[in-house]
Design a protein around this ligand. Structure first.
Ligand code: MEV
Length: 326
């Protein structure tokens, strides 16, 4: 029986990294929090043998023949939606003989460190696989990691795990993840510097730092690891003052790596002036956004000032749902 016209729907959350970005690429631990901003993907089988991707994040992507996959690789490899195309190819069966139409809707701004690329790959793979079989979370996550690796080779995979499983996770690249079971997180606020960054180039910058400062980098890794360990205990015991002060320490390490930016540091200072318990860049840095841990009573003053200075402010809460497939 033909499945043409059948549609499937999946959604997955963005994330912030509370502790350990960049270091996680080198098998150090990281703590990630899935947040209540999601990517939604609709997949539909169509009769034209092509792959069509429409996204409110990027230019549309059309690839006219699934059967001649490899012919135009050089032409399409640099397109922003190429990882999604790759994710689709990983999800269709070998016997696939029709076309596919993908619609991506996002609440996550691109290039500000919130994992839009991982959430897009996770939800695309889930929506497409769901057209053919019962999808399995871990397999989806691993495929999404493989598609993400196309964009930046050293990817730790942390973003894909946070997006697939939701909640707060402790992650180590060569060991996997464990859940940190708390039901409430303190007030987290994101401030967008307005500077988009490329994760790939920031990861290369850190690699350069590592090559030129081997022993310093080893020392920073040790300190980052201790921060993460203490961070996990502080989250579990609800000691938010300690979480905040560890976030500040973590930001200093990221500055030393060269992962921050003047504008990002200005935002961190702004949050601290308005009573943040802690604040740091989140994600790859070099722009992007900062995450601040605030008492609710201090939030509205910070918000007014940040808006006055024309920064985007996004209060966020914990997403415990992770990937959802319909
Ligand atoms: C990007 O969200 C986080 C980085 O640590 C890169 C990675 O983990 O692959 C900068």
């Amino acid at each position: 029986m033909s499945k043409l016209g059948i549609t499937s729907f999946a959604s997955a959350p963005a994330k912030i990294i509370l502790f350990g970005e960049h270091f996680v690429v080198y098998n150090n631990p990281a703590i990630l929090v899935a947040i209540d901003k999601r990517i939604q993907v609709n997949a539909r089988l169509i009769p034209d043998y092509g792959i069509h991707i429409h996204s409110d994040l990027q230019e549309p992507f059309h690839y006219t023949s699934i059967k001649s996959r490899s012919n135009r690789l050089d032409e399409i490899r640099n397109k922003p939606l190429y990882p999604i195309y790759d994710a689709i190819l990983r999800s269709i069966p070998d016997s696939f003989e029709t076309g596919i139409d993908i619609r991506i809707k996002s609440e996550i701004p691109v290039g500000i460190g919130l994992g839009s690329s991982a959430a897009s790959c996770v939800s695309t793979i889930a929506a497409v696989e769901n057209l053919f079989k019962v999808p399995e979370r871990r397999a989806i996550c691993l495929k999404a990691m493989a598609s993400e690796t196309i964009v930046h080779k050293g990817s730790s995979g942390a973003d894909c795990f946070a997006s697939t499983y939701g909640g707060i996770i402790h992650y180590i690249k060569n060991q996997g993840f464990s859940r940190i079971n708390v039901h409430k997180i303190p007030h987290l606020v994101l401030l967008n510097s307005g500077l988009k960054h490329s994760t790939r180039s920031m990861v290369s910058r850190v690699e350069e730092f590592k090559m030129q400062n081997e022993s310093k980098f080893r020392e920073l890794c040790k300190r980052a690891s201790v921060i993460c360990q203490k961070g996990m205990a502080a989250i579990q015991s609800g000691n938010i003052e300690e979480v905040g002060s560890l976030m500040n320490e973590n930001h200093v390490l990221l500055q030393t790596l060269g992962a921050s930016h003047e504008k990002v540091d200005e935002l961190v200072d702004l949050c601290n002036r308005y009573g943040a318990l802690g604040c740091k860049l989140t994600g790859a840095g070099g722009g992007g956004s900062v995450v601040a841990l605030m008492m609710e009573k201090n939030f509205s003053k910070l918000e007014s000032e940040a808006i006055e200075l024309q920064y985007e402010v996004l209060p966020v809460t914990l997403d415990s749902r992770g990937l959802e497939i319909h």
